[in-house]
Design a protein around this ligand. Structure first.
Ligand SMILES: Cc1ncc(COP(=O)(O)O)c(C=O)c1O
Length: 425
C-alpha cells in the first residue's frame, strides 16, 4: 500500500455543520463553493451566517447558567452582514475603536449593547462613544478616566458605566503575541492602581465604576490562567462588594486542525459557576463565533518545482490572511474539487514579496494544476479584519451565505485600483 494511501484516508468529508464535501465538491451550507468562485473570482472570503448563528447560540447556551451577556468581539470580523445577523440574534458587541462602534451602530446594534475596550482610546473616540451612549467603557489607563469624565461633563451625561481592566499578571497558554494578561503586557491596570481608583471614585462624578474586566489572551490553550485571573479579580473585589459585574473578555479557543475536536466549554463553565454566583457576567468572544464559519478561496496560479520542493503559488497572500506569517498559525487547505491525483507535499505560498508569505508549509495535498481552486479553512476570524493593501493589492470580496443556507450574496465588493488611489492627492 502506498504511503499516500494513508494520506487519502486522512481526508475528511465534513469540516463542520456548514462546510463539507458533497460528492467531490466542497460546499458551504447548500452552496457549491465553485459556483460562487465562477461569479466572484478570487481571492474571496466566504462566510456561513448559519454557522455564525450556531456558534453564537452554542456559547450563549453553554454560559446560560451564568446568564452571561455575549458581546461579539468585532475585531475578529467586522463584516456588516455578520454584525447585523448577530445583533438580530441578541448579541452585543465589543469594540476597540470608534470605527468599530460606528460599524455596530450602522448594523443596527443598540448603543447600550456596546462595550468599548482598548489601551489607547483617543479623546475624540471617547467623546464619540459617550455621545453615542454606549453601554460600558473598559478602562486601561488612569488618564482615560479623566477624559471620559470630562467628556461626560461636556455632554451633560451622567453615570457612564466603567469597568476597570485588571492586568492579573498571569501568562496564558497561547502564542506570545496573543497573551495579554502577563505583567509585562501593555494591557490593563495593576491591582494596586485599581484599588486606588476604587477608593477615589468621587474624583469621577460622571462615572459609575461598576465592573472589572479581564482579558488574558486569545486562543487560550487551557482554563488555568483564566481561573487564576478571575481569582485575582475576585480577590480585589472582596473589599468592594458594590461592584457586581465581571467581564471575562474573550479567548475561547477554536479547532484549526481538521481532526481536532471543537473545544468543550463545559469544564470552564462549571469552574466559573461557583466563583461567579451573584455577579453579572459579560463575555467578549470573537474567534469562537466566526473562525470556522469562514474560509478564503484562492486560485492556484503556478506550480513551481524548485530546490526539491513543490510550491503552490496561489492568488491569496499574507496581505489577505496574515495569521500564518504573524502567528505561525495553521489553516487547513482544501481543494474545491477533490481529485484522485497522487498527493504531493507542497508549500502553499502567495505572490507577495516577502519570504514570510507562506500560507501553509509542508502540506500533503493532491497534485493540483494551475487554475484549480483551494479554500483556506477556518479563516473567518482575524482574516479580512487584518487584511491590508500591502503590495497595492485590493482587498478581497466578502460573500455571505444566508442563514437558511440556500442563497448567497456579495456583502462587500472586491476593492478596485480606484479605491486604492482615491485618497491620494
Ligand atoms: C479585550 C478583548 N476582548 C475580546 C477579544 C476577543 O478575543 P477572541 O477572538 O480570542 O475571543 C480580544 C482579542 O484580542 C480582546 O483584546
Amino acid at each position: 500500500m502506498s504511503p499516500f494511501y494513508f494520506g487519502w484516508l486522512r481526508w475528511i468529508m465534513v469540516y463542520n455543520s456548514s462546510i463539507r464535501y458533497i460528492d467531490d465538491s466542497l460546499f458551504i451550507d447548500g452552496i457549491d463553493l465553485a459556483s460562487i468562485v465562477r461569479q466572484v473570482s478570487t481571492p474571496t472570503y466566504i462566510y456561513s451566517l448559519k454557522r455564525v448563528g450556531e456558534n453564537y447560540r452554542r456559547i450563549r447556551e453553554a454560559f446560560a447558567p451564568l446568564a452571561a451577556q455575549i458581546h461579539f468581539s468585532v475585531k475578529a470580523n467586522g463584516n456588516l452582514a455578520i454584525l447585523r445577523s448577530l445583533s438580530r440574534a441578541g448579541a452585543g458587541f465589543d469594540c476597540v475603536s470608534a470605527g468599530e462602534i460606528d460599524r455596530c451602530l450602522r448594523a443596527g446594534a443598540p448603543a447600550q449593547d456596546i462595550v468599548f475596550a482598548g489601551v489607547g482610546k483617543t479623546r475624540a473616540e471617547i467623546a464619540f462613544a459617550v455621545s453615542a451612549g454606549i453601554g460600558w467603557f473598559n478602562v486601561e489607563n488612569l488618564a482615560e478616566l479623566h477624559y471620559i469624565n470630562s467628556s461626560a461633563d461636556d455632554l451633560g451625561v451622567d453615570a457612564v458605566k466603567v469597568a476597570l481592566r485588571l492586568n492579573p499578571q498571569v501568562t496564558a497558554n497561547t502564542h506570545p503575541y496573543m497573551a495579554t494578561g502577563h505583567g509585562a503586557a501593555k494591557f490593563g491596570l495593576t491591582a494596586d492602581v485599581i484599588r486606588d481608583i476604587l477608593t477615589r471614585q468621587s474624583d469621577y462624578p460622571r462615572l459609575s465604576i461598576a465592573g472589572i474586566h479581564i482579558h488574558i489572551g486569545s486562543q487560550l490553550g487551557d482554563t488555568a490562567a483564566t481561573l487564576a485571573a478571575l481569582d485575582a479579580a475576585l480577590d480585589l473585589l472582596a473589599a468592594h462588594p458594590r461592584i457586581r459585574t465581571i467581564n471575562l473578555g474573550g479567548g475561547l479557543p477554536v479547532a484549526y486542525r481538521a481532526h481536532d475536536a471543537q473545544p468543550s466549554l463545559g469544564d470552564l463553565v462549571s469552574e466559573l459557576i461557583p466563583r461567579l454566583a451573584g455577579y453579572d457576567v459579560l463575555l467578549e468572544p470573537g474567534r469562537s463565533i466566526v473562525a470556522d464559519a469562514g474560509l478564503l478561496v484562492a486560485e492556484l496560479l503556478y506550480v513551481k518545482r524548485q530546490a526539491g520542493q513543490v510550491f503552490y503559488i496561489i492568488d491569496a497572500s499574507m496581505a489577505e490572511l496574515i495569521r500564518p506569517a504573524l502567528y505561525d498559525a495553521h489553516h487547513e487547505v482544501a481543494p474545491l474539487r477533490k481529485t484522485d491525483r497522487e498527493p504531493v507535499v507542497a508549500q502553499v505560498v502567495g505572490p507577495v514579496c516577502e519570504s514570510a508569505d507562506v500560507l501553509a508549509r509542508d502540506r500533503e495535498l493532491p497534485a493540483l494544476q494551475a487554475g484549480d481552486h483551494v479554500a483556506l479553512m477556518t479563516a473567518g476570524a482575524y482574516g479580512m479584519s487584518m487584511a491590508s493593501n500591502y503590495n497595492a493589492r485590493p482587498r478581497p470580496a466578502e460573500v455571505v451565505v444566508s442563514e437558511s443556507g440556500d442563497n448567497w450574496r456579495v456583502s462587500r465588493r472586491r476593492e478596485t485600483f480606484d479605491d486604492l488611489a482615491q485618497s491620494d492627492k
